[in-house]
Write a protein that binds this ligand. Structure first.
Ligand code: HEC
Length: 150
């Protein structure tokens, strides 16, 4: 029964979809067919207000403020914002760090710190002068970014 219905309906569908007015596929230049344009970052990027971000347990406001400066290239030669965006909401070369969701780890300061030390150190243009205290601070800062809107 069902198959007979399908057999009857199929030609009708074929007529609808093969309508002569349907636009034909455009031919695409080979370059556009194999590559896509990089995503543009066109939003207005507003730097999060580090003074009002939450502070993880065991850390201080001063560390969040330092982490903010490391992130934005104002301390320890940090380059995080160049890839992750001035607002930390991501660019084509670094993901959004404000969602509270993490590929690596469970979102605790410790796992964020581990990611920064292991993954980010191998990123091109790596963050050269980060001392352990700077990594602690920027890890706490990234933690706070993900908990901005509880
Ligand atoms: C050269 C570009 C670049 C720089 C500089 C950079 N990152 Fe990243 N970051 C990435 C990319 C790409 C990923 C995604 C790949 C990965 O997780 O290994 C990422 C992932 C992350 C993650 C993991 C997020 C998750 O979902 O688990 C954290 C945390 C992070 N970056 C923090 C930082 C911090 C803090 C700095 C500065 C000290 C920094 N990054 C500098 C490109 C960069």
């Amino acid at each position: 029964m069902t198959s007979r219905l399908i057999a009857l309906a199929a030609p009708a569908f074929a007529m609808i979809f093969a309508s002569p007015t349907a636009p034909k596929a455009q031919s695409v230049p080979p370059s556009a067919a194999t590559f896509t344009e990089p995503l543009a970052v066109e939003r207005e990027q507003i730097r999060p207000d580090a003074a009002s971000l939450p502070v993880p347990r065991g850390f201080t406001r001063e560390q969040i403020l330092l982490g903010d400066r490391v992130f934005h290239g104002e301390a320890a030669g940090g380059q995080c914002s160049q890839c992750h965006g001035w607002d930390a909401k991501g660019t084509p070369v670094g993901n959004d760090l404000t969602t509270g969701m993490y590929i690596w780890g469970d979102g605790s300061v410790n796992t964020i710190k581990r990611t920064i030390m292991h993954n980010m150190a191998v990123a091109p243009g790596m963050d050269g002068n980060l001392k352990p205290a700077d990594v602690d601070a920027v890890a706490a800062y990234v933690w706070a970014l993900g908990r901005r809107n509880p």
